[in-house]
Design a protein around this ligand. Sequence first.
Ligand code: FAD
Length: 386
Amino acid sequence: MQLEAGTLQAAGSQAPSDDERDPALREVHVDVVVIGAGQNGLSVGYHLARKGVKFVILEAHERVGDIWRSRWDSLRLFTPARFDGLAGMPFPAARYSFPTKDDMADYLEDYAKKFSLPVRTGVKVDEVTRSGDRYIVTTGQTRYVAGHVVAAASSYQKPKIPDFAASLDPSIRQFHSGVYKNPGQLNPGSVLLVGASNSGAEIAMDLASTHQVWLAGRHPGHIPVAYNGYFAMRLVLPVVLRIVFHRLLTVDTPMGRKAKSQQLSHGLPLIRVKTQDLDAAGVRRVSRVVGARDGKPMLDDGRLLDVSNVIWCTGFRAGLDWIKLPIFDDTGRVKQYRGAVEGEPGLYVCGLHFQHSTSSTMIHGAARDAGYVADKIGERMRAAAG
Ligand SMILES: Cc1cc2nc3c(=O)[nH]c(=O)nc-3n(C[C@H](O)[C@H](O)[C@H](O)COP(=O)(O)OP(=O)(O)OC[C@H]3O[C@@H](n4cnc5c(N)ncnc54)[C@H](O)[C@@H]3O)c2cc1C
């Protein structure tokens, strides 16, 4: 794909003056800049390429898939391969097997190659601003000028850790699930996992044979069938993933809107691990951790836990604060409908928690959400062209 270099045609009052521009920055004009080459950014790219749109995908990591490679060593997808393919390329594994995180990383890299998607790796976006009707995407060495921007940087960028973590005794080893790799990182003794959603439950199972594990937090519910049985894999799971998570629980249904507020505050129901698996592995489940006293984590009934390690499985923020535009609501969430950002025609997001449905942050939801965003961009470009 050929990208044009040129001069910024600034229009409108937000245009930077010549003095404000960094003369060292190269300038590139393109129809669409997609930020992030995860499943969502690549899916947007797939759909844009089919429309013949000129675009570039900017990815901060050195290799496509690195976000998956960086996750913990034993991680396998909780969705079987049948649900892990993106548009145009099924996942190359037995339909009911669970790919490893590295299989997923390699799949994404192969996907980008197969469709010759124009991904620039090792390019971190520092800022998105607007100048008239053009968006300015600034990276270390280049300023991209585009009519459309898609922030596909996911809901999993900035770890959420409560402030009282700083009051824990320094002898307690503590870190976020985003940097957990394996049991060797922990002090000997017991570990408290704060947050009982999928990451907390999966890490609890990973640690149960080497540490005494406490799992704290409200139980988010689970899929009520043996997950890897024949019946569950072939009948229940397709219904849950393809119908319930993808079609019923959307922002367009009353049931979906109710599920949205629950899932945004408590996470998805447990998909692979069941409470009986946790019990069988000896994981002790306790209520919420609400603070710290005497350097120890404190539960909501006032009980203190004497542990050697704490892993914060407390989720992530989208971390889109490099978008310097008034697009966030009071809770810091992007105001959007199906990825189209309110008040910013031309700006889109993809992959946010419950952007459109429960499946929006899952692999099998990427194709539809990305297709919608690409269609809107296509419509807008056609309208502008007259
Ligand atoms: C531990 C874990 C396990 C999961 N397992 C499953 C599963 O089994 N099945 C399932 O369906 N879903 C699963 N998910 C949910 C979801 O599929 C993944 O989180 C997935 O990685 C999200 O894809 P994405 O494209 O939205 O974002 P990401 O994969 O996070 O990709 C976003 C990309 O944007 C890049 N980026 C961010 N900021 C910038 C910037 N400023 N400039 C340039 N690039 C930037 C990042 O480097 C990253 O590569 C899991 C999530 C987690 C956390």
